[in-house]
Design a protein around this ligand. Structure first.
Ligand SMILES: Cc1ncc(COP(=O)(O)O)c(C=O)c1O
Length: 551
């Protein structure tokens, strides 16, 4: 245990503070018995003493501590002539100044702008990307994370040894985890289950705890990640929830840093700002600052199709970190001039293009912003300067957006030759797009739907098709299983299908080669087909046989 004793109202340097496990204060050189007892109680391996520059108080307090038998180091620039057993160390570093930050937290912000001239080669305007993935913790969210913790400490809402609880999709978590690691807070993060596994492992690497909750439930559901985070904040003593969806420090951090940086970096020439909207902190804060400098600047949101910002109902999509199913307080609609809806396919394929053509490994939501910027850029001329935000790096998505197999499984990539889509098209002439049943339908009605459409398998869905993602599929039913259940207990016929359904069918991508279905149907009796993440149909063994023999 290292103890730091601060004499008088001296402000000790950060370097000494972080090296101490405990900081004690004394008004003057006379040490109170309570302070001595406090030092003794912690069996210090070293007691550091610092006091007002050029005065004798610290030396006197240090000598007193030494006389009580403690190992003492006196930090001073005016060492006593007779140290009398005290270890003396310089308080200030007198060598030439070095270019070094006191902590990683001091390196957040000041990210560079880079031209996207290859991706934007058909545009007349300047297309510039703000590289937020170069932040200390790897994303735009470092900025609000540090600002929210600083403000909570100032307001006394977060005390030493306290716990930070936050519902976060990952990046805010990393920012908070860095502050927590550095300042010794416990961290508990709550996130939806659609997140890439790397993101969860990353937070755990910083020592944080992660609680994973289902994606496809309403925010008010007790199992939603918002509800779980609120419950944990109430239950854990000393817990504080920064709440990035409400905390004014979130947009304010961008008013103070990101906005002025962009204004300065573009010499005030920016005409359009494009950003994805998660909490809305970035677009609201940057937009507010930029409009305060020039009200003509156009603020453009890039939004996953299905999210509320671009007029959707919040139904799920696959791009991570942006889009919402509710309106957060941190989003100011009055600042945003236009919101461009972007499909998952366009987001992911654009992210992959930026990586391959510009050599910049960007995340899926960066792809959303680039796609929207290219869209608005088509209408602009050489005097226009478009700045877009790349929130994070593609490193967090190597097993999704940058994994060809994952992309093919979800129907984002297409193989050469015959594909799953060819089998489905052959069959779909006779069927409605996706024969399905809802969770609350009675088994009796489910069986008659199967008869009516002459199908042997069906997905059980949570929402009305067209479905947005496979998370809207709750399970599956097979005619044969329902029959045998009904045969052994006729009462089953009047129970909701949710009580008897099987797990969802395995899925294949529309563009995958036919042999993928062949091997999937080895172990399953049917598969669900995904087109750009959207469930669009079911294929059974007989569909496959019909296709193979019909050729
Ligand atoms: C990957 C990613 N992109 C974009 C954003 C959106 O930023 P904001 O919450 O400031 O709207 C986030 C926020 O979590 C994110 O994680």
């Amino acid at each position: 245990m290292r103890v730091l004793v601060v004499v008088g109202d001296t402000e000790p340097p950060e370097r000494l503070l972080v090296r101490s496990d405990r900081v004690l204060h004394t008004a003057g050189p006379e040490l109170e018995p309570q302070l001595l007892a406090d030092v003794r109680a912690h069996i210090p391996e070293d007691v550091a003493v610092v006091g007002p520059a050029g005065r004798a108080e610290a030396t006197k307090a240090a000598a007193d501590l030494r006389a009580h038998g403690f190992p003492v180091t006196l930090y001073t620039d005016t060492p006593p002539t007779d140290p009398d057993g005290l270890r003396i160390r310089p308080l200030t570093d007198t060598g030439p100044p070095m270019e070094v930050a006191d902590s990683l937290l001091d390196l957040v912000g000041d990210t560079p702008l880079v031209r996207l001239d290859r991706i934007g080669k058909r545009l007349d305007c300047h297309l510039l990307a703000k590289c937020e993935f170069l932040n200390a913790g790897g994303s735009v969210k470092d900025r609000p994370a540090v600002a929210m913790v600083d403000a909570a400490e100032r307001a006394g809402l977060l005390q030493p040894g306290g716990t930070i609880v936050e519902p976060t999709s990952g990046n805010t978590g990393v920012g908070l985890a860095i502050v927590a690691a550095r300042r010794k807070y416990r961290c508990v993060f709550v996130m939806p289950d659609k997140m890439a596994p790397e993101k969860i492992k990353l937070l755990r690497a910083y020592g944080a705890e992660v609680v994973v909750c289902p994606t496809a439930v309403a925010p008010s559901d007790p199992d939603s990640y918002y509800s779980v985070a609120n419950r944990l904040t109430e239950e854990i003593p000393g817990a504080y929830q920064p709440n990035q969806y409400r905390n004014t420090e979130n947009p304010e951090s961008h008013v103070r840093s990101t906005g002025p940086e962009i204004w300065r970096q573009t010499a005030g020439r920016i005409t359009h700002f494009v950003a994805g909207i998660g909490t809305g902190g970035t677009i609201t804060g940057v937009g507010r600052y930029l409009k305060s400098q020039n009200p003509e600047i156009q603020i453009v949101g890039a939004d996953p199709e299905g999210s509320v910002y671009s007029g959707g109902d919040g139904r799920p999509y696959l791009v991570e970190g942006i889009g919402e199913d509710f309106w957060p307080e941190t989003y100011d609609r009055g600042i945003v001039d236009r919101v461009v809806p972007v499909t998952d396919r366009d987001s992911f394929l654009t992210a992959r293009r930026v990586t391959r053509e510009e050599g910049i490994l960007i995340g899926g939501s960066g792809g959303t912003a680039v796609w929207a910027a290219l869209e608005i850029g088509k209408e602009l001329g050489p005097d226009h300067v478009v700045v877009l935000i790349i929130p994070d790096s593609g490193r967090g998505y190597l097993s999704k957006v940058y994994d060809d197999e994952w992309m093919a499984d979800y129907g984002f990539l297409s193989a050469l030759g015959n594909t799953v889509g060819d089998i489905l098209h052959r069959k779909s002439a006779e069927l409605p797009a996706l024969v399905h049943v809802h969770l609350d339908e009675k088994v009796r009605d489910v069986i008659s739907t199967m008869r009516e459409f002459e199908v042997s398998q069906m997905p059980v869905v949570r929402a009305e098709p067209p479905l947005r993602t496979s998370s809207e599929v709750a399970g599956s039913v097979a005619e044969r299983e329902l029959m045998s259940l009904a045969f052994s207990d006729a009462a089953v016929l009047d129970r909701p299908v949710a009580e008897v359904m099987s797990p969802p069918l395995p899925s294949v991508g529309l563009g995958e080669p036919v042999d993928v279905v062949v091997s999937a149907l080895d172990s399953a009796t049917a598969v669900l087909v995904l087109d750009a993440g959207h469930p669009v149909g079911i294929l059974t063994r007989s569909d496959l046989l019909a296709f193979l023999t019909g050729r």
